[in-house]
Design a binder for this molecule. Structure first.
Ligand code: DGL
Length: 266
């Protein structure tokens, strides 16, 4: 049954443009939805910031997106989920879909019993991540690898740049040496560099990201709230950073030019 809100957009947000890897999966599964994407470029990277900052910023963004008319929220950032998902859920009346590193599927896929996790320093230091490993991967050896600088380098220099190559040499090689046969991409920026990451791992290594799982979850949540459909596949990209600079990065990552609007949660 149609509700007054089913034609409103789903809001998707991240510190920057990593969440576009999630948005791609959302649009593939839900082509009849409109999406409003917000990149908090002004404050990126979140991964090296204090948890309290990320929590407050996340709640401010979620409230601003609700006021802007979003019918549901997708937190397309592992770091933001770790710090702020509980607060956002508690303070928002909208359906909220969050994501976390795919440790659970990795634990059921691994044959070697060794899982690698690439994520931000903040995600890996979080209580939420500690619980995730304890609940689902206590029988595995979990090699955690913080990747400071990687999300920014992917945005600023490009996934195939020498800067990203240098960082990946440092971050990925120890996972291969440690015997990981499943590697979790625990930051939404990293799927942009999945080819470069794969090249540094044995051929049979499985890389896991959570875009499709998030899309299935969003579909379920919209359906149960009678909010599914009603859009026309429209996409608006917005950022708290310089629209021109962000548009240039969007074009490089997304593969086509998209306009970027300035937006600031208030
Ligand atoms: N894309 C974000 C994530 O999934 C992190 C990038 C950042 O450090 O801002 O964790």
């Amino acid at each position: 049954m149609a509700t007054p809100f089913d034609h409103h957009p789903v809001a998707v947000f991240d510190s920057g443009l990593g969440g576009l890897t999630v948005l791609r999966a959302l649009r593939q599964r839900l082509p009849g939805e409109d999406f409003f994407y917000f990149a908090d470029t002004r404050f990126m990277p979140y991964g090296d910031r204090a948890e309290s900052f990320i929590r407050e910023r996340g709640e401010l963004i979620a409230a601003g997106l609700a006021r802007r008319g979003a019918k549901a929220l997708v937190i397309a950032c592992n770091t933001l989920t770790a710090a702020a998902a509980e607060g956002i859920r508690a303070s928002s009346a909208l359906p909220v879909v969050a994501l976390e590193p795919g440790v659970k599927p990795a634990a059921s896929l691994t044959r070697s019993g060794v899982i690698g996790v690439l994520a931000t320093t903040r995600t890996l230091a979080s209580e939420r991540f500690r619980r995730l490993v304890e609940d689902y991967a206590s029988r595995c050896r979990v090699l955690v690898q913080p990747c400071p600088g990687l999300a920014e380098a992917i945005e600023q220099e490009g996934a195939d740049s020498p800067a990203v190559a240098r960082l990946l040499d440092n971050f990925v090689t120890p996972l291969a040496a440690g015997g990981a046969d499943v590697v979790v991409l625990g930051c939404t920026h990293y799927p942009w560099a999945s080819a470069a990451i794969s090249r540094r791992l044995p051929a049979a290594t499985v890389l896991l990201d959570t875009g499709e799982a998030v899309a299935r979850q969003l579909e379920k949540r919209l359906a149960s709230a009678s909010l599914l459909g009603g859009g026309q596949g429209r996409l608006t990209i917005s950022s708290s950073g310089s629209p021109a600079a962000v548009a240039a990065t969007v074009e490089r990552l997304w593969g086509s030019a998209l306009p970027v609007e300035p937006w600031e949660p208030a």
